[in-house]
Design a protein around this ligand. Structure first.
Ligand code: SF4
Length: 368
């Protein structure tokens, strides 16, 4: 199986070298070939992609939004400029006649990679032996299809950062305990917002024996959070919030709930990517925001809303490096391959995994 984070250049060498085409020439050819193949190809661009890629996207949005939009179109090829788990979700939602392509197979997600199916199976076996209470699993959509399938087969649901509260509420109505993975921060921030005290939450660390927990701790806890996190959002700190506020108290600090608890608590507001975009869009001219999320999105918002002041919460570059692996050069290689009728980098989820994953996704969509 391909290792998404394998840096072996022999395997992943771009098929279009810089000797063959300069960056500028790549953009010129991309424009031409995209027009030529417009009836066959739709390009999806996640909010965190760089501008040179977003400029070629037919639809931009978050992962679920993009996958659902692609499913409504009848184009045979969907080029997903995002990361691996997003292309998997798109493959599961699109029709069997549509092919989903990830321009660079190394574009994974460090958070998704922090929960593996074998680890979840081991954890589940320990947890279910530790308590007679019913545990309902909920996974953040940022995970591999095999994990979504686990959730589908064990009575749980998928959630996004927009609907996490609603899905967790449902899960705790279905059972007495929640297992939330892979992002501990989204789980903790959402549960705390719902009134669940921190003392009722424990962390399961897959790198420790039994997750570092005793059977008694599992039996006592209401919420079991997986150890995972997003390395981009974990970079924001409460000290950064304090520094911005001290400099200018009129700035609204708004962060994504993948940020840690302390930062989220220190911020003025928090919410999903769509929430952040909407909040900024609706704010009156002259408003000031410091935003705790991926830098490409923050810069794009700043450019789009030049009547407002929008800066990153962090003085450091908070870039999702795996998203950044998708370059125009690789996008062009995907287009050329389609034109030659030899598509590359097709993401295909095995049927049984897709079936189980869709149960979890359908449950999410049915929860009102
Ligand atoms: S921003 Fe974080 S959660 Fe999103 S794709 Fe990058 S590493 Fe994964």
């Amino acid at each position: 199986m391909l290792d998404l984070f394998d840096d072996n250049d022999d395997i992943h060498k771009p098929t279009i070298s810089e000797d063959e085409l300069s960056d500028e020439q790549v953009l010129i050819e991309l424009k031409k070939i995209k027009e030529e193949l417009k009836d066959q190809v739709v390009v999806l661009g996640h909010h965190y992609q760089q501008d040179d890629v977003i400029n070629f996207a037919d639809i931009t949005g978050d992962s679920l939004q993009l996958a659902r939009e692609a499913a409504k179109l009848d184009k045979p090829y969907v080029i997903f400029c995002g990361v691996h788990f997003m292309a998997e979700t798109a493959d599961m939602l699109t029709s069997p006649s549509q092919k989903v392509i990830l321009p660079d197979l190394r574009a994974g997600c460090s958070m998704a990679d922090m929960a593996k199916r074998s680890e979840i199976d081991r954890a589940w076996s320990f947890m279910t032996k530790s308590t007679n209470a019913k545990i309902v699993p909920v996974t953040y959509i940022n995970c591999a299809a095999t994990l979504k399938a686990f959730v589908g087969d064990n009575g749980g649901a998928i959630c996004t950062s927009s609907n996490a509260e609603k899905i967790i509420k449902w899960a705790l109505g279905e059972g007495e305990k929640l297992l939330f993975f892979p992002d501990q921060h989204l789980g903790r921030n959402t549960c705390f917002k719902m009134g669940i005290p921190l003392e009722d939450m424990v962390i399961y660390n897959p790198h420790m024996l039994n997750g570092g927990l005793t059977a008694e701790q599992i039996d006592k806890a209401k919420v079991i959070l997986w150890y995972g996190f997003c390395s981009v959002h974990q970079g924001f700190t409460p000290e950064q919030v304090k520094a911005i506020k001290e400099k200018d108290p009129s700035v609204t600090v708004i962060v994504h709930p993948e940020c840690n608890f302390e930062t989220t608590q220190a911020a003025d507001d928090n919410g999903s990517t769509s929430y952040i975009i909407e909040k900024i869009e609706k704010a009156p001219a002259g408003s000031k925001f410091a935003v705790g999320t991926e830098i490409n999105l923050v810069n794009r918002l700043a450019h789009k809303h030049s009547d407002k002041t929008i800066v990153s919460l962090s003085p450091y570059q908070c870039l999702c490096t795996t998203m950044y692996r998708v370059r125009p050069r690789w996008l062009l290689a995907s287009f050329r391959a389609i034109k030659e009728n030899k598509p590359i980098n097709i993401i295909s989820v095995p049927e049984d995994i897709a079936r189980s994953s869709l149960k979890a996704l359908d449950r999410m969509l049915a929860i009102k």
